[in-house]
Design a protein around this ligand. Sequence first.
Ligand code: HSE
Length: 313
Amino acid sequence: MSPDHVIVRAPSTIANVGPGFDVFGIALAEPSDRIEVRRTDEPGVRVEAITGVGAYAVTLDNTKNTAAVAAGKVLEMAEADFGLAMRIDKGIRPASGMGSSGASAAGGAFAANLLLENQLNMNQLICCASFGEEASSGSRHADNAAPALLGGFTIIRSYEPMDVVRLEPPKALGIVACLPEFAVPTREARKKVPQKVPMTDVVHQVGHASALVAGMALGDLSLIARAIDDVIVEPARAPLVPFLREAERAAVDAGALASFLGGSGPCVAAFYDRDKVDGLGIARAVQDFYGAHGVECFCWVTTWGTGCERVQE
Ligand code: HSE
C-alpha cells in the first residue's frame, strides 16, 4: 500500500563545478532541507508552512514555490487522483549558490513520487524538479536538482529529453562550502551569462569539462584539480561576489585542490584531498580572509553525499 505521509531529506548541491555551467553538479553531505508531504483528497498542492533558515524569503504560493511546482508536475505526469499538502523546513539558505531551490524542488518531486509508489523514474523526477527551478529563477536548469535526487556527481547529457549521467566521486574528495553573508539571486546572476563566446573559450571549456569527468571517473584528484577552470561564466559573474578571486586564492593557498564559485554564488566552494589536508584549515583561511574585510562567512567542511532519501521520525 502506498504511504499517505512521508518526510524526506533533500541535500544541498554545488552546480557548475567550474567548467560545467548548467551541466555538472555535486551533492553535499550537509546541509539539507526537510520536506514533509501528506496526501489530501483535494487536487493540487498546498504549501502549509515554511520554516528554517531564510524561510521568510520563500513563497507559500504554489505556482511559484519550487517544491510545490515540482510536486505538482509529478502528480500531473503520473495522472494522480489526489493532491498533497507540504511543510518545508529549510536547512539551506536561499540565494546561497548551494542549491537551495534545487533541493526543495528535488525533495518535493521525490516525496510526491513516494506517495505514488515510485511510478516515475529519476529522469522524469529531474524533469519535474526543473520546472520548480524555472518557477524560482526563470530558467529550467537542472544541475542542482539532478545531484540532489541522485547524489554524487551528475552530468546533464541532455535537457530535452532529460538524460542524466551519475558518477561516484572519489572517496577522498572533500568539499568546503563557504557562504559569505551576501545574497545572489540566481535570476539576477543568470542575466550576467554571456550569450556569445569566442571559439577559443569553447575549446578551453570543453577540454576542462571533459578532463573533470575523466578525473571523477578515474578517481584522479590531481586531474580534477587541473580541470576546474571556467573562462566563460564565472568571470562574468565575479563582480556580483565581492572578493571572490581573493577568497578562492585563500582556499588554494590553504591546501585546496581547486576553488570555484558555487552555482550562481555567492558560495565559494573548494575541493580538497581528505587523506592529505585538513578541510578545517581551508575553512578558517576563507573565514579569516572575509573577516579581515568585515564580512561574516559560515563554512561547511563536508564531503560529497547521497541524494534525496526518506527519513523516519
Ligand atoms: N547552473 C545554474 C547557474 C545553477 O549557474 O545559474 C544555479 O545554482
